[in-house]
Ligand binder design. Structure first.
Ligand code: SF4
Length: 237
């Protein structure tokens, strides 16, 4: 058994509220097939072990027990790393529903095969795709969304996209916004908060002005650009 699997999974209700829904976010582990420059090494790698099925099943049982005990419906959000890389991911989401977890939501980088996403739809209430320009392929991603939006039409499953707005990708962002709007997919533009190198400066150099807005100043520390710079895309929303 690996050290990761030997540890109990912590279960926290980050949004404890006096309402009828228990919201739980479950990070399935760091394993990810991308290596985004703005993502902390604490969040992703290509070598971390997967959680064992035994631990997953125990955790699902525990979550279902908590929901019953509190007399609440549960909304379970699965994150990572990349959750679909777990070899038991499809089994996990099917079991979550069977055990009475009412709503299951996953966030993915969209890099898996179309058939993996199609197979998961029956067990998910929402898939949020976070699109990462450093590793994604724009047209492949949009084709995937076309297929999946078609597949969920008339069902209760919804799709959403979070576009990570990388400097230099303003034209691609605008193109994707137009296509996703036509498809009726919910879209959020996400401002990137880059990592800093130990030698000083950003891990990925800032590309001044490449968002399509002229910049007279250096970027503020902690971000490539100001949140207000995203206003350049407002007419497309
Ligand atoms: S896809 Fe997500 S988890 Fe993976 S490296 Fe990029 S930001 Fe990190």
């Amino acid at each position: 058994m690996t050290s990761l699997n030997a540890r109990p999974v912590a279960v926290e209700d980050f949004h404890a509220r006096k309402d009828a829904v228990l919201r739980v976010e479950w990070n399935l582990g760091r394993r990810c097939n991308f290596d985004c420059s703005y993502c902390s090494p604490d969040t992703h790698d290509k070598v971390s072990p997967h959680l064992s099925w035994e631990l997953i099943e125990r955790t699902l049982d525990r979550l279902a027990f908590l929901a019953r005990r509190e007399g609440k419906r549960m909304r379970l959000s699965l994150t990572g790393g990349e959750p679909y890389l777990h070899p038991d991911f499809q089994r996990l989401i099917a079991a979550a529903k069977q055990k009475g977890i009412e709503r299951v939501h996953v966030t993915t980088n969209g890099s898996l095969l179309e058939k993996a996403y199609l197979a998961s739809l029956a067990h998910l209430d929402q898939i949020t795709f976070s699109y990462h320009f450093e590793f994604g392929d724009v047209e492949r991603f949009l084709n995937l969304l076309r297929t999946l939006q078609n597949a969920v039409t008339g069902t209760d499953t919804t799709l959403a996209v979070h576009l990570m707005v990388l400097p230099g990708k303003a034209d691609e962002v605008a193109h994707m916004m137009r296509v996703l709007k036509d498809l009726g997919v919910n879209l959020v533009l996400r401002r990137i908060r880059p990592q800093f190198s130990s030698q000083g400066g950003y891990v990925k150099p800032f590309e001044s002005g490449r968002l399509g807005v002229p910049r007279a100043t250096t970027p503020p520390m902690g971000s490539y650009y100001a949140a207000s710079d995203l206003a350049v895309f407002a007419e497309l929303t």
